[in-house]
Design a protein around this ligand. Structure first.
Ligand code: GLN
Length: 575
């Protein structure tokens, strides 16, 4: 069955920012994209419903088909989305407590101490899941998306159990099924500054003995601090916004947007140490696979391209600046990726990068040639075989640890590459690569190589601590290596980047990004139950209907595009 997507709209800084209109507009835009939408309004007050509340304090009491007296926001949803909601689509603290207390009186908790966490928080999650499934548009079956608006402002005592419940809920339904939009305020202050007046006036001032050659100007400054604080508050409570919707009296300046998006997403720096770093298209699939993984980890990807040969000793002599720049980039990386390649240019630099990552416990992922250099480096540094090499680069090496090993008969050696999908069997089950692949016994990944790890040296490498976790069916071709006591040091003979998809990130790329941002343990623990990012939301044509409402400072299709870009792996968009 298709998974329900949830969009939570929260508000920060002050009340009355237009959360309801933001939530309704998003719902309408998704509907315009062809999706079926339902909505839930959470009111953290203790009243069971709005029936007993004065319109002076709370505005109109909206009446539903089933007789429910509810918050006026449900009226907005009904009008915007043209749906028929039920009284249960309005959750209040009063209703939740009533429900839990009734259960307690019935003896449903079997002698347990009834507490806010987990009993109230569980009840909130169950309520949301149950109500989200109720069809509200006259069609059969549940909607595709449920927009949840959390009333009040982040930090209110009343909303704490809901925030806690929604944090747990986001984890339960999975990153790809939950999107948080935080509505915030960007106030504009008028700041007075001085500016030198025109030289013509200055000479006139001189003539009349006027001492001031400055005039006062009023600047409009957009302040991001309130939004920063409210995002911090939200994060402190376990929720990270994917999109910020900012209300301001002026359109936001680009630098303000940049500033806001920076603290909204923590970048992950991954250094790609390659030969064609000036031509990023040469590594397009690798880049896309990193992007898919970053979206799944909810991180903004920052790739630093490190020209492999600039890391080499020769560059230190010939071009010290380039050498220093390359090492600076490598040393500031949270993760190191060495992609595939052919020919010996830059190989020594890649070996140095692999050594740096291994010794300094920086997450490392080597693909094809990247795995081969990791093996060469291990043989040189750990086994002490200083001339260990691949016969691709040094045909006469005394310690060939990577050799030409054609798949077919030896008579067909000329120009043969091992190409396309081949099966890898996992031999060691208790290792990161297997866990990341969902504990499967075997996987099928694509290949493109001629050289392979020399099976004759595998035993020595294994004794020295390099684990060969995956092999082909003959057990002779090494497919996956791992350094078990390293936070993340994995190499693969295949190219997993070719099978990575938005919403289905490739397992070992996901592992690299997660390790680089400190999420690997959590990922490995919850891997099996974890839902992956999926881009079903907002995949309608972008030229559908543009809806403009009274609050948004920009056409509302930007909101839809923001959701769409989020789901497609772009970083946080500020509206
Ligand atoms: N040059 C190496 C080989 O042929 C690695 C190839 C690659 O990285 N695609 O085996």
């Amino acid at each position: 069955m298709k998974k329900m997507k949830y969009i939570l709209v929260t508000g920060g800084v002050v009340s009355g920012l237009g959360k309801g209109v933001t939530a309704s507009s998003i719902g309408l835009l998704l509907k315009a994209c062809g999706l079926r939408v339902t909505s839930i309004k959470i009111d953290p007050y203790l009243n069971s419903d709005a029936g007993t509340m004065s319109p002076f304090e709370h505005g109109e009491v909206f009446v539903l088909d089933d007789g429910g007296e509810v918050d006026l926001d449900l009226g907005n949803y009904e009008r915007f989305l043209d749906v028929k909601l039920t009284r249960d689509n309005n959750i209040t603290t009063g209703k939740i407590y009533q429900y839990v207390l009734d259960k307690e009186r019935r003896g449903d908790y079997l002698g347990k101490t009834v507490q806010v966490v987990p009993h109230i928080t569980d009840a909130i999650q169950e309520w949301i899941e149950r109500v989200a499934m109720i069809p509200v548009d006259g069609k059969e079956g549940p909607a595709d998306v449920c927009v949840i608006e959390l009333g009040g402002t982040i930090g209110d005592i009343e909303s704490m159990p809901f925030i806690e419940a929604l944090g747990q809920f986001s984890y339960r339904v999975g990153a790809g099924n939950f999107c948080l939009i935080h509505v915030s305020l960007v106030p504009v202050l008028n700041v007075v500054g001085e500016q030198m007046i025109d030289p013509l006036f200055a000479s006139w001032n001189k003539l009349i003995n006027w001492p001031m050659n400055f005039c006062h100007l009023v600047y409009h400054v957009q302040k991001t601090k309130p939004t920063q604080h409210s995002v911090r508050g939200l994060r402190g409570l376990g929720l990270t916004p994917n999109i910020l919707a900012c209300r301001s009296t002026m359109a936001l300046d680009d630098n303000v947007k940049e500033k806001l998006s920076q603290f909204c997403h923590v970048p992950v720096r991954i250094a790609i140490v390659g030969k064609y770093t000036g031509l990023p298209d040469s590594y397009l699939s690798v880049l896309k696979a990193l992007l898919h993984a970053s979206v799944a980890c909810r991180k903004k990807l920052v790739v630093d391209w490190v020209p492999a040969s600039d890391l080499e000793d020769m560059t230190e002599i010939e071009n010290l600046d380039a050498y220093k720049a390359a090492w600076k980039l490598l040393k500031s990386a949270d993760g190191v990726l060495v992609p595939g390649g052919f020919g010996d240019r830059g190989v020594q630099g890649k070996i140095l990068a692999a050594k740096y990552a291994r010794e300094n416990r920086i997450p490392f992922f080597g693909i094809c040639l990247g795995m081969q250099v990791a093996v060469i480096e291990f043989a040189r540094s750990v086994l002490g075989l200083t001339d260990a090499n691949s016969t691709e680069f040094d045909p006469s090496t005394r310690n060939p640890c990577v050799i030409f090993m054609p798949e077919g008969s030896k008579t067909q050696m000329g120009g043969t590459m091992r190409l396309g999908s081949r099966r890898t069997y996992f031999e060691v089950m208790d290792c990161k690569s297997v866990k990341l692949y969902g504990n499967r016994r075997y996987i099928d990944e694509r290949h493109r190589h001629r050289y392979e790890v020399n099976p004759d040296i595998v035993g020595r490498l294994e004794n020295a601590g390099l684990s060969f976790t995956g092999k082909d069916e003959s057990g002779q071709r090494m497919e996956v290596i791992e350094v078990p006591d390293h936070p993340y040091y994995i190499g693969v003979q295949f190219h997993p980047e070719f099978k990575s998809r938005p919403g289905k990130p490739s397992a070992l790329f996901l592992g690299l990004v997660a390790a680089a941002c400190g999420q690997l343990d959590a990922l490995l623990q919850g891997f099996e139950s974890r839902e992956k990012v999926n881009c079903e939301i907002g995949n309608g044509p972008s030229n559908k209907k543009v809806y403009q409402n009274g609050y948004a400072t920009k056409p509302a299709n930007i909101i839809r595009d923001a959701i769409y870009s989020y789901c497609n792996g772009l970083s946080c968009t500020v509206i």
